[in-house]
Design a protein around this ligand. Structure first.
Ligand code: 13P
Ligand code: SF4
Length: 304
């Protein structure tokens, strides 16, 4: 059955001149039919340079919106219109505008996990791959507002020594991971290295060996001499890691760390999306033009 769906997707992809982009948290079968799988930064770069006419974005809404901002001449499709990011919805444009009024001299850095309207009110956008490099470049005499992830924000403060005004947003999926789970996995696999996403709580970050974006986890696992890795992030990455390093072992710290929204995309929905050219993600032009500035600044900063 899935073989039939995969064939139909391939035919429609040719007809629609479509490319399928998938985040590392997507279910395995969706990752496997994608033309490109990656982290938020890699997917944004891919969306900005593709010459396809249609982008099917297997991820969540802010990712498809980012693709629509970067490639306004392309049709951007999100196979499930309800696949959102609860953290991105924890701050809206009015809340950010109010915060900016209270700190009129501050530069605003937003995580890519934000709505297009919030990006349009921000000076810089970043992902967890390039946040440190981006913040280190900012002038010392300016206050910095960072939205919406307080965990990534605190990680940046700890690493760069730059004080920042943080918004109290967080990822519900990463918040489910506890230090007890990390300790239990370490006790079971004492030879393994613990690699965690900076969206985890400060306690979990402190209990980790490496703090990495999903793309950086893939690179680290490939280059590292470790044979076993305790993976402290959304479970979808295990599929990408196993595929990239079939000779190494990856242990998910918690099966509860599954993002419901990322898991809404299925092979069937990718097929329907291409058949019906649904659900089209667009951004009003005035918002798009302003949001584009903060995204261009994000794309200028390559992670080390
Ligand atoms: P990265 O893949 O950029 O590390 O992002 C994680 C995430 O939570 C995306 O929603
Ligand atoms: Fe949002 Fe967290 Fe899901 Fe990423 S894993 S899309 S940050 S809720």
């Amino acid at each position: 059955m899935s073989g039939e769906i995969i064939e139909k997707i391939a035919t429609l992809k040719r007809q629609r001149r479509a490319v399928v982009l998938a985040h590392n948290y997507q279910i395995g079968e969706v990752q496997d039919i994608a033309d490109f799988t990656g982290d938020s930064l890699g997917l944004s770069i891919e969306a900005s340079k593709t010459d396809a006419a249609t982008i099917v974005f297997c991820g969540v809404r802010f990712m498809a919106e980012t693709a629509a901002i970067l490639s306004p001449d392309k049709t951007v499709l999100l196979p499930d219109a309800t696949a959102g990011c609860p953290m991105a919805d924890m701050i809206d444009a009015k809340q950010l505008a109010d915060l900016k009024k209270r700190h009129p001299n501050a530069l605003v850095v937003c995580y890519v996990n934000t709505t297009a309207e919030v990006k349009a009110l921000s000076d810089y956008c970043c992902t967890s791959s390039n946040a440190l490099q981006l913040v280190r470049r900012l002038p010392e005499d300016r206050e910095i507002i960072f939205v919406p992830d307080r965990n990534l924000g605190q990680y940046i403060i700890d690493q760069t020594g730059r004080d920042m005004i943080l918004w109290p947003g967080y990822c519900l999926t990463h918040a489910r991971i506890t230090t007890e789970e990390v300790a239990a996995a370490r006790a079971k696999f004492p030879d393994a290295v613990v690699m965690s996403h900076p969206e985890c709580s400060s306690e979990v970050r402190a209990a980790s060996d490496e703090l990495l974006s999903t793309g950086q986890m893939l690179k680290f696992a490939g280059m590292s001499d470790y044979r076993r890795f305790i993976v402290v992030t959304e479970v979808g990455i295990i599929h990408s890691l196993k595929k990239a390093c079939p000779d190494k072992t990856f242990i998910p710290v918690s099966d509860a760390a599954a993002c419901r929204n990322m898991k809404k995309i299925t092979l069937e929905k990718v097929l329907w999306s291409l058949e019906d050219m649904q659900y089209r993600i667009t951004v009003p032009e005035d918002v798009r033009v302003r949001a584009r500035l903060s995204l261009d600044r994000m794309l200028e900063v390559t992670p080390t």
